[in-house]
Design a protein around this ligand. Structure first.
Ligand code: PMP
Length: 396
């Protein structure tokens, strides 16, 4: 039977950029000890106290259909967290609980764009972005940024890409680049979406992981709350990736419609997961800092190591659990470098190309193994870069 074009064209060419990741997983399954610096997932599991809260809620009977918009307690807690962090008045009526941030990204686009409308996003980008826009019926339009601008959009880039778009999606702190947009960049983005009269979809799932500068939510800028959807999640801030618990924050009337969408799609998030999320949020910012601390520490260790050489560059990163390394001086693409590193040394990093044209010649390193193994892997990566460069020079 013929599949819908929307589904069969979700990822054109069938390559979603995760080929290297699949290859490293196959090697692991075959018993090869690969150091995996690929996927954005903590090397700790969900805290036992959160699991206890989850189990108690389930055993206490919260296993039936839960309230589709989210439980009152969780909606209130998410609203409080948002208001505390951004100063924007936010109530439960502005919050829809979703099965993870990914579902929120999809819902936000369904709310913002009509079928066939262009929707902009920043390149380099989190791998699902173009497919999410296509799934919602839109036409993905990349705004290509440059390493020399810290992978932040410029006024010129916005002016070129935004006209005719129904929405712009941004992500700060950024996956894959680690970029944290400064106040001037946020102001420029807000002015551009206001001038174009389009929605802003602000993916803030890394808002608790900022190592340089400060996280600024564009929803807090004047006139932005009415045209901004903020996407959040328990995945990164609380190491709850598998619990699939996130949210979307937006204007009340838009949230009302999105609740109707949830009724016809997800039918909500399990009640015992939501109760665990309430417990987790009650632990406050100290808990979120504790979850993020290893990434802050490892980023500094990596920066210290990188500063001892000049062959492999890096894009200054201010947040999240990644670093972008520049391997262009080796003469290899990020893709070729990553594959040769995996084959020669059993170290898996993501080719920059997996995250869009703008990250070509780069590698995304996830800081998600313990400090010693990470430093060993990075030292080997730098030696490998030296070896490859000697070979390339020799071949020339
Ligand atoms: N946005 C970004 C930028 C991400 O990196 C991720 C997960 N890697 C997500 C959204 C989705 O996360 P989740 O669905 O687990 O909340």
């Amino acid at each position: 039977m013929k599949l819908s074009t929307r589904l069969s064209n979700l990822v054109p060419g069938g390559d979603d950029g995760w080929g290297l990741f699949m290859k490293s997983r196959e090697m692991v399954a075959a018993g090869v000890p690969v150091i995996e610096l690929t996927i954005g997932e903590h090397d700790i599991r969900t805290d036992p106290t959160i699991l206890t809260a989850m189990a108690e809620a389930a055993q206490g009977g919260h296993t039936g259909y839960a309230a589709v918009p989210g439980t009152d307690d969780l909606r209130r807690k998410v609203a409080e967290r948002t208001e505390d962090r951004t100063g924007v008045p936010t109530g439960p009526e502005n919050v829809l609980v979703t099965p993870g941030g990914q579902a929120a990204l999809f819902a936000a686009h369904l709310a913002a764009i009509d079928a066939g409308q262009p929707a902009a996003y920043i390149d380099p980008y989190y791998a699902t972005y173009p497919g999410t826009i296509r799934a919602a019926g839109g036409v993905p339009r990349p705004l290509v940024t440059r390493a020399r601008d810290g992978f932040a959009p410029t006024a010129q880039g916005l002016a070129e890409v935004l006209p005719g778009c129904a929405s712009l999606m941004i992500n700060t702190p950024n996956n894959p680049t680690g970029a944290v947009y400064d106040a001037a960049t946020i102001d420029m983005i807000c002015a551009a979406v206001q001038a174009e009269d389009c929605w802003l979809i602000s993916d803030e799932v890394y808002d608790s992981q900022v190592w340089a500068g400060a996280h600024i939510s564009p929803r807090a800028r004047p006139g932005m709350a009415e045209r901004t959807f903020v996407v959040g999640s328990m995945s990164k801030s609380h190491a709850m990736t598998g619990s699939r618990c996130g949210w979307i924050i937006g204007p009340e009337d838009a949230i009302d419609h999105l609740i109707t969408l949830a009724t016809h799609t997800t039918y909500g998030v399990p009640g015992f997961i939501q109760d665990a999320a309430v417990f987790a949020l009650e632990q406050g910012t100290a808990f979120e800092d504790k979850v993020g601390a290893p990434f802050r520490r490892r980023r500094q260790l990596a920066l210290d190591l990188l500063s001892q050489q000049t062959l492999v560059g890096h894009v200054p990163s201010g947040g999240a659990m990644y670093m972008m390394l520049d391997v262009q001086a080796t003469g290899l693409s990020g893709e070729a470098f990553a594959h040769s590193l995996l084959e020669a040394h059993h170290i898996a990093v993501m080719p920059g190309e997996s995250f869009g044209a703008a990250a070509a010649g780069h590698l995304r390193v996830a800081l998600t193994v313990d400090d010693d193994r990470l430093m060993d892997a990075l030292r080997t990566l730098l030696e490998h870069a030296q070896t490859l460069t000697r070979q390339t020079v020799h071949a020339d």
